[in-house]
Structures are given as C-alpha cells and as structure tokens.
Design a protein around this ligand. Structure first.
Ligand SMILES: NC(=O)c1ccc[n+]([C@@H]2O[C@H](COP(=O)([O-])OP(=O)(O)OC[C@H]3O[C@@H](n4cnc5c(N)ncnc54)[C@H](O)[C@@H]3O)[C@@H](O)[C@H]2O)c1
Length: 376
C-alpha cells in the first residue's frame, strides 16, 4: 500500500459517462496512475482502458482483490456507493466516491466509521469548493466587503436531453431523487460560505402524464445563521442548449452572482466607497470594473437596513470572462484528487473537503427530500 512517494494507483469502479471523464483528469495529477477498471464492458470503457494501457476491464471483485490498487474511485449510480465503498475500505483501499456519498445519512455514517477503522481515505467528489470563485466569495463574505449577507438563491435549469425515460436518474431507488443526486453540490457550497443551515420548506414537481412518475423539479428554502435565507431550485427539463444556472448572494450593499453550474463568470453589482472598491478589485484580480454611476460629495450619503452608507460609486465588476467551462471542470477534478492524495501521503495535510462534506450535504439533501415528499 502506497504511503511513500510512489504513485497512488487508482482502480475505477463504474466507467460510465462521468467516470471516464473524471479519469482523464485524475491521471494528469502528478503521482497518480490508473491501473484497473471495472464495472462495465461497453465499447467506450474498453477503448479507454486500452488508452491507459490496461489490458481489459474486469469484475469489481477482482479489482478489489488486486494488491496493486491503492485507491478505488467509485463512479457508479448512487445506490451502489455505500456497498461498494464499504467493500473497498474493507479490502484496505482508499476511496474517492462520486457524489452523493450515499443514499442515507446512516449509510454515510457507516462508511465514515469504516474508513476511520481502516485508517483509509473516504471522500465524496464535491469538487465545487475547489473553484477559485468559491474562495473569492468566501473572502467576500468573511471580509464583509458588501456588508452582511441577507439572501441567496441557486437556480438550476438543467438539460434532460441525455436522461432518457429509463435512465437511473429518474428512479428514486437508484438516484435518491434530485436533492440527493444533484443538490448535494450546492448544499455543500453554501455551507462553506454561510455555515450550518436548516431546511425550512421544500417542494417537488412531477412531470405531467409521466408513468412511472418523473420528479423533474425540486425546490427548498434553507435558513442559515442570522436569518440568511437561501432558495435552491433544481429542474431537469431543458434542451441542452438552454441549460443554465445562476447563483446569487445579496448583501447589504450589493450582490455577487455566479454563472454556470461549474461557475466561471462572477459579477458583483454594488454601491461602494473607495476602500470597498479597492477590496473588490483585490478579491477579483484582473476583473473588469465598470462604473455605472459616480456620486458627488453632496450625493454620497444613502442608507439601507436603517444604516447610513457613504457611497463613492455604483459599480459592476466582471471576473472570469473567457474561462472555458469544461477546462475549469477538469481543473476542479484534478484539484480534488491532488488534495486527497496529499492526505494519503501526509496525514497532517488539511484537505479542503473531507468525508464530513459528503455526509453533511447528504443530511441536508435527505431532509429537503423528506419535506418535499411530505408536502406533495
Ligand atoms: N461530480 C460531478 O460533477 C458528477 C457529474 C456527473 C455525474 N456524477 C456522479 O457520477 C456517478 C455516475 O454517473 P454517470 O453519469 O457517469 O452514470 P452512468 O450511468 O453514465 O455510469 C454509471 C456506470 O456504472 C456502471 N455500473 C452500473 N452498475 C454497476 C455495478 N453494479 N458495478 C459496477 N459498475 C456498475 C455502469 O455500467 C456505468 O458504466 C453518479 O453518482 C453521479 O451522481 C458526478
């Protein structure tokens, strides 16, 4: 088992659409190589295996029994994560599991206990936190550059073009439903920014006339500390070319909006004095700063929330134009693996996400799902 500087050798379980996509990123991480693939015999995975110099895809059991696999990357549908991760951990492997970590919090707790017992890595691939936009927004909040946060939303009008009626995604017994399968990314992101939240209401919408039922949209409201309220909406009903996502946090003196489900472009719209303008430019280096209105000394005073404000200008700041989404996606996946592998090599390394992110985001998703079902 690798703890020195030799490669961390990955075995992949589940070589479908995303598994193969992620694998291409993981093998680019220094000190990581792929040695085995299991879980499907379809043409694309056999072709990919050849590309990585792997003679053939194999059965999951035989992959888990291999001495030369240090880390198992699990990219199967969600209902398989718990069982496969437990088996991999018991076989002495580190585990990076696709999100969601599991289908229930009880399963997640069992996996975490097993990882601790075996002293192995366990992480759900919640790669959104590795986005430079995540760090910039975290600093914006911590530094109170726009004042206190008040409200947020995430709106996710996603494509279902590649999710045919028989796809496991629509089968709640396999996916856990939209909050669990997909929402966990954004519960984790907002938890990083705003701390622990509590789901206060949730609903779901079924596609008219679909049999068996298709849950195609869900929404919930989460209350964070100091009564910051955030609305989450996820719908899978758009043609691919109309797929669009927006995430916004509104503060006392402005708002920040992230565009794309892998956010690339960030826009800040704010009233600011000179120092706040500088702080924003420092947080978003290289951003374009447009002045929408500037104020003469006699016009600087305004107020919000019954607090006086001194305002030099109204501005729009745009950051990240020209970043290619798929390139950023790859960057995030490489960053997750590099961070996790650093912990395998050195247990004092502090990871950006741990097994707790997988568990806590799942807990919120399960609660949102429970409330949505109860309100149906
Ligand atoms: N982190 C992200 O950004 C992201 C993006 C997309 C998907 N995902 C996650 O990746 C996972 C897989 O999604 P996908 O879109 O690649 O699905 P997919 O259906 O394209 O691939 C699933 C793969 O698992 C294999 N499989 C099914 N049953 C198996 C079994 N019993 N043992 C071994 N392999 C088995 C299938 O043959 C297939 O190759 C899901 O958990 C999904 O949520 C994550």
């Amino acid at each position: 088992m690798t703890t020195d500087q030799s490669d961390v050798r990955i075995g992949v379980v589940g070589c479908g659409g995303f598994g193969l996509y992620a694998l291409q990123q993981y093998v680019q991480v220094p000190g990581v190589s792929v040695v085995a693939m299991a879980g499907t015999a379809r043409e694309a995975s056999i072709a990919a295996a050849k590309r990585y110099g792997i003679p053939d895809v194999e059965a999951v059991d035989s992959l888990l029994a291999r001495e030369d696999v240090d880390l198992v990357y699990i990219a199967t549908p969600p209902f398989l994560h718990h069982e496969q991760a437990i088996r991999a951990l018991r076989a002495g492997k580190h585990v990076v599991c696709e999100k969601p970590l599991a289908m229930t919090v009880e399963q997640a707790d069992e996996m975490i206990a097993e990882a601790r017992r075996a002293d192995r890595l366990l992480t759900a691939n919640l790669m959104q936190r590795y986005n430079p936009a995540y760090d910039a927004v975290a600093k914006l909040i911590a530094g109170k550059v726009l004042g206190e946060p008040i409200h947020g939303f995430f709106e996710n009008y996603a494509s279902d073009e590649n999710l045919g009626p028989k796809h496991w995604f629509w089968d709640r017994a396999k996916s856990g439903g939209i909050f669990v399968e997909h929402g966990v990314h954004f519960f984790d992101l907002f938890a990083g920014w705003l701390g622990e939240g509590r789901v206060v209401s949730a609903q779901r919408g079924l596609r008219p006339g679909a049999s068996p039922p298709i849950e195609e949209q869900v929404q919930c409201a989460v209350r964070y500390a100091d009564d910051v309220l955030v609305n989450f909406y996820h719908g899978f009903h758009q043609p691919g070319r109309m797929d669009r996502q927006e995430l916004r946090i509104v503060f006392e003196r402005g708002d920040v909006t992230l565009y794309g489900w892998i956010p690339t472009v960030v826009k800040v719209h704010a009233v600011a004095d000179e120092a706040q303008t500088k702080a924003l430019c420092d947080l978003f280096p290289g951003a374009r700063l447009d002045c929408t209105a500037s104020y003469a000394p006699k016009d600087r005073a305004c107020e919000a929330r019954h607090k006086p404000l001194d305002v030099y200008q109204t501005l729009e700041l745009t950051w990240g134009e020209g970043v290619v989404k798929s390139h950023r996606y790859g960057e995030l996946l490489r960053a997750v693996m590099a961070d996790q592998v650093a912990w395998i090599r050195d247990r004092s390394h502090r990871r950006k996400i741990t097994e707790s992110n997988g568990r806590d985001s799942l807990a919120l998703a399960c609660e949102a799902d429970r409330l949505a079902l109860a309100s149906a």
